[in-house]
Write a protein that binds this ligand. Sequence first.
Ligand code: UDP
Ligand code: MG
Length: 325
Amino acid sequence: MDTTVYSLVVPLYNEELVITECYKRLKQIMDTLNESYEIIFVNDGSKDNSDKIIEEICNKDSNVRLINFSRNFGHQSAITAGMQFSEGSAIIIIDADLQDPPEVIYRMIEKWKEGYDVVYGKRIKRKGETFFKKFTAKIFYKILDKLTDVNIPRDTGDFRLIDRKVCDVLNALPEKNRYVRGLVSWIGFKQTEVEFIREERFAGETKYSLKKMLKLAFDGITSFSYKPLKFASIIGIMMSIIGFIYLLVVLFKKFFTDKNIQGWTSLIGVNIMFSGIILLALGIMGEYIGRIYEEVKNRPIYIVKDTKGFGKKYEKNNTTYIKKI
Ligand code: UDP
Ligand code: MG
C-alpha cells in the first residue's frame, strides 16, 4: 500500500455553508501536487447538516475522511483528533472557513521539502475581523510573550504544516487543555514561517464565542507559564512594605503630634482594593487548580461518535471509539 504523503486536517463546527467550497478549493490544490493525500474533516459536534454534506463527499472521493465527535469538544480537541487519525508524512492544519488561503499550502510544502519540520502561517494582515478581535488578540499575544519562556511566535494561528515526527511527539503528549500552537513551539525541531494575509470568512459567522476565546487564552497562558501565580506573592510583599511604612507614619502622628486622624473613607478604599487583589489572586490559583483537576481526572480529550472513509482501521461497527494517547 502506498503511504499517504499529505494529511489535511480540517476542524469544523456548524460550517454547512462553507464545506463544499472548502473541499473544492482543497482538492483543486492537492490534485496539482501529484502526490497522495487525505483530507480529514473533524466534525466537532455540529448541529447543522455539516456531517451529511461531508458524508456525501466521502462517498464520492476516497481521499476524504470524516470524524464525528459525540458533542462539541472545541477547536483544539478537533485538531488533536485529526492529527491522531492522520497517516501522512506531512500534516497540514487548516480552518474550514477559508480564512486560511489554501494556496499558502504550496509555500508550506516547499519549505517542508527544504527540510523544515514545522512551517507555520504568520498573519501579516487580518481581513474582515472586528476591531475588538484584532485588539484583544494583539494584547493577548503581548501578554503571552511576556509571561512565557517558550518562544511562541506572534500572529500565528493553527494554520501550519508539521512533519510526521512532530505530529507523533504531539500525539504522545497527554495534556488535556491543549494550546496546540504553543505545544508545537515547545517541541522544537526546525521551524520556519510563511507570511500570508488572513482572508475574510467565506460564509457564516465565527464559531469562536468570547467564552471560547477566553478559554483558549487562559489555556495558552497557564500551559506555558506559572508567573501569574507569583502575582500574589509579589503584590503581597509590596503591600506589606508599604503598609509597614504607613503604620510608622500613623504611630508617629498619634504619639508625637496632636493631629486628629480621620480615616473612614480611606479605610473603605483600602479594604475594597485589598479584597479585590485577594480575590484576583485566588481566581488565578483557581484557574491552575481547575486545570490540574482536569488533568488528574484523565478523561479523553474528545469522544468519537463514528468515522467514515478510514477503511477498516477505525470503523468498529459504529461503536464509540476513544483513541488512547
Ligand atoms: N471550530 C471548531 N470547534 C469549535 C469552534 C470552531 O471546530 O468549537 C472550527 C471552525 O469551524 C473553524 C475553525 O475551528 O473551521 C476556526 O474557527 P472560527 O473560524 O470560528 O474562528 P475565527 O477564525 O473567527 O477565530
Ligand atoms: Mg475563521
